[in-house]
Every structure is written in structure tokens, then in C-alpha cells.
Design a binder for this molecule. Structure first.
Ligand SMILES: Nc1nc2c(ncn2[C@@H]2O[C@H](COP(=O)(O)OP(=O)(O)OP(=O)(O)O)[C@@H](O)[C@H]2O)c(=O)[nH]1
Ligand SMILES: [Zn+2]
Length: 371
């Protein structure tokens, strides 16, 4: 597929903003990846290429959130032959998905810019929790994007339970699109694909295990790997071994999938878990000792509630495991590789089936062993 500005999400508003500030020779490009030192962008016919930020854009930014982020449109100055192209300006954003940076700072971190649709994935089984979906909806609304809720694993869910789940989530907000799908069986796809036409940018959020990767892989197919990465600016071809955080879908449209989004999922789930036990946290405040472990300590309000039957043993035990569960959530989330990296790895594995590669790999691993 030849990448055009249109299937990257370019529209008349960006066009106008670009026209007003661009100097002759500058070109518009979209940020597909950022590191601490530079950015990778893609423009019409440019392929992926690295660019740096101009000192002026850096200095003019009032906060980190003002700086270009994945999904942003920027005006790039190619400079002279052999120069690294420079970002001269960031175009105003349509939407902005952000969260407060971790730690004490109040700084806002932009996770994805210009996202049109946030696809919230859940299932009608273990993951089902309308409160969690409400948390996502709040984040989505704040960003300016539109939400779609997909209830995955419809193939393994009894019809009645599925319908109840659909009804209950539809009642969360007027006109909220809620679709049962099966990512595994590729059912319900026309709904999604019709909602993600060329030029829209989506991102996918949802708890670990609900089927996000399965969905992403089937949306992307394998085609996205062949983006013909010859850089029209530098003229050099380059392998994209580094994971992109914004990929172009086979039918146009873009997907933003990055570690920041993963954290949103993790924190939303941790918050939901804690909120489920808000009443017990209140009870805990009544324990005699502030550092009560709710085990054998004297004056424990939680043990007392179990004793007099107002709190079930099962719920008490679950509460005691909550921190562990949250830790596990963080671990799983950290372990989770970017879907795109995973697809890349699969491709690498295929290559290794080739004998030559296998031999090279062996040589790399055991340089002293004869092949
Ligand atoms: N029955 C059924 N299983 C599914 C479906 N979609 C995904 N799964 C299974 O659910 C499990 C988790 O799927 P993933 O796609 O890895 O889920 P994820 O949301 O990406 O999970 P994390 O990577 O942990 O965030 C896998 O075993 C999938 O095969 C579906 O539509 N139906
Ligand atoms: Zn206690």
C-alpha cells in the first residue's frame, strides 16, 4: 500500500494549520515513534525516517505535554542534503490522550495525539465490570475521542449472558456503541471495520487477556510489515526493526499501540480492583492500630466484621490478596510485549527456519563452535 496523507489521517484543518506556518520545502509528517533523543515520522511517500526537534519548538513548549508526541502532525524542514530533518512546528491537536506522569510531579504526559476512536475491549466473563468501562469512558471523553466497546469472546459466551452484558454496557451512556465480537473467529468484524475507515486513528485498551492482541493481529494482517521503507528524503532504505507505536492499517487508518496505553490499562484495572473493596478500606481505617495487618492484631475492625458475620470469609481473603493481585497485574503488564514486536518476532522465527539463518544464529551464540 502506498501511504498517502489521507490514510495517515490528514484533513482540511491540519492542511490549513500547516499552510499558515510552513516555509517552502517543508512537508507534513506524522509521528510514529518517539525516544528520549529523537522522533520517527512518516509522511506522504517518505517512508519512516528519523527527525530531530528544533530548539525553538523545545523552548517554546510551556510543558512536556506541549511537545510533539506519537500521533502528532508536525511540519518538517528537510534542510540541506545530508542533514537530519528537523521538526519546525507541531500542528494543533484534534484530540489528546494523556495522563498525569507517575510520581509526585503533576506533569501531564501525552500518550497518543489525534486519536479518533478508542476501542475498549472487554469480555462478558471474568473481565466484565461496568465500573471499569466507566473509568475508560471518562478517560476517552477527556481526550476528545469517541469510544466503541467490544465485548470479545462471543464464541464462548452463552447468548443470554452476552445480551445482558451488551444491555448493561449500552446503558452506561446514551448512544454508546457496544458490539459483541469474536476476535478468534473473526466474527463481528464488519462492525468494527466499517467504523474504522481510511484516515481514522484508533487505539485499543482493555484488561490483560481480553483479546486485544488477537484483535490487533487480525486487523493488521501481515500486510503492515511490507510498507516499503525506502526513505524518499534520504533515499536510503531502512529496516523497521524498532517497534512503531503508530501503524497504518491495511485498509488505511492508523492504530496507536504503545507502552503508555498499556499503563492506562494497568492503572485502570488496579483502580477498579481497589474500588471494589472501598468499603473494606473504610473499615480498615477503624482498626485500633494504623499499621494493622488485619491478621492477628488486636482491635482489628476487619477481623471483627468477619467474626460477627457482616463480612464473608471469602471476601476477607480476597481483600488480603489484593496487593498481590495488583502486583501481578503490574508484572503481567510489564511482561506484555508490544503486539507489534511480537509480530516482528514471529517473522524472525519464520526466517530462522531457513537453514542459513539458523547457522548464523548458532554462530552468533557459540562463536567458537564449528558449524
Ligand atoms: N474464545 C475466544 N478466545 C479468545 C478470543 N480472542 C482472544 N482469545 C484468547 O484469549 C487469550 C488472550 O488473548 P490476547 O489477545 O493475548 O489478549 P490481550 O488482551 O492481548 O492480553 P495481554 O497481552 O495480556 O494484554 C488468548 O488465549 C486468546 O486466544 C475470542 O474471540 N474467543
Ligand atoms: Zn485490621
Amino acid at each position: 500500500m502506498t501511504v498517502t496523507l489521507d490514510n495517515l489521517g490528514w484533513d482540511s484543518r491540519f492542511e490549513e494549520a500547516f499552510r499558515q506556518l510552513a516555509q517552502p520545502g517543508w512537508y507534513p509528517a506524522r509521528i510514529i515513534r518517539e525516544t528520549k533523543i529523537n522522533y520517527t515520522v512518516i509522511g506522504q511517500g517518505t517512508g519512516d525516517h528519523d527527525v530531530v526537534l528544533s530548539g525553538k519548538v523545545w523552548n517554546d513548549a510551556d510543558s512536556d505535554a506541549d511537545l510533539p508526541a506519537v500521533g502528532d502532525w508536525v511540519a518538517v524542514d528537510p534542510g540541506q542534503e545530508g542533514d537530519i530533518p528537523v521538526i519546525r512546528a507541531r500542528l494543533p491537536r484534534k484530540t489528546c490522550f494523556s495522563r498525569k506522569a507517575p510520581g509526585k510531579s503533576t506533569a501531564e504526559q501525552v500518550i497518543g495525539a489525534n486519536i479518533d476512536i478508542v476501542v475498549i475491549v472487554t469480555d462478558a466473563g471474568e473481565d466484565f465490570n461496568p465500573r471499569r468501562i466507566e473509568r475508560y469512558l471518562t478517560l476517552v471523553r477527556k481526550s476528545g475521542a469517541d469510544p466503541i466497546v467490544l465485548i470479545n469472546k462471543a464464541d464462548q459466551t452463552p447468548k443470554g449472558i452476552l445480551q445482558e452484558a451488551v444491555d448493561s454496557l449500552r446503558s452506561l451512556a446514551p448512544n454508546l456503541p457496544v458490539h459483541p465480537i469474536s476476535a478468534r473467529k473473526r466474527k463481528g468484524y464488519p462492525d468494527i471495520l466499517a467504523l474504522v475507515p481510511s484516515g481514522l486513528t484508533i487505539t485499543i485498551v482493555g484488561s490483560s487477556g481480553v483479546g486485544k492482541s488477537t484483535l490487533v493481529n487480525s486487523l493488521l494482517g501481515e500486510e503492515w510489515l511490507d510498507t516499503g521503507d525506502v526513505n524518499a528524503v534520504t533515499g536510503k532504505g531502512r529496516h523497521t526493526t524498532v517497534a512503531r507505536e503508530l501503524v497504518i492499517l491495511p485498509d488505511g487508518g492508523c492504530l496507536i499501540d504503545n507502552p503508555g496505553m498499556r499503563e492506562i490499562q494497568m492503572w485502570t484495572d488496579a483502580e477498579t480492583l481497589r474500588a471494589n473493596f472501598a468499603d473494606l478500606s473504610e473499615l480498615a481505617a477503624q482498626c485500633k492500630f494504623a499499621d494493622c495487618s488485619h491478621g492477628k492484631d488486636a482491635g482489628c475492625a476487619i477481623r471483627a466484621a468477619v467474626g460477627n458475620g457482616t463480612l464473608s470469609q471469602e471476601r476477607y481473603e480476597h481483600y488480603m490478596r489484593l496487593d498481590e493481585e495488583i502486583e501481578e497485574l503490574v508484572r503481567r503488564s510489564e511482561k506484555r510485549q508490544m503486539t507489534l514486536e511480537r509480530v516482528n518476532k514471529r517473522k524472525t522465527r519464520e526466517k530462522i527456519r531457513n537453514y542459513e539463518d539458523r547457522r548464523d544464529q548458532r554462530r552468533d551464540r557459540h562463536p567458537n563452535r564449528p558449524c
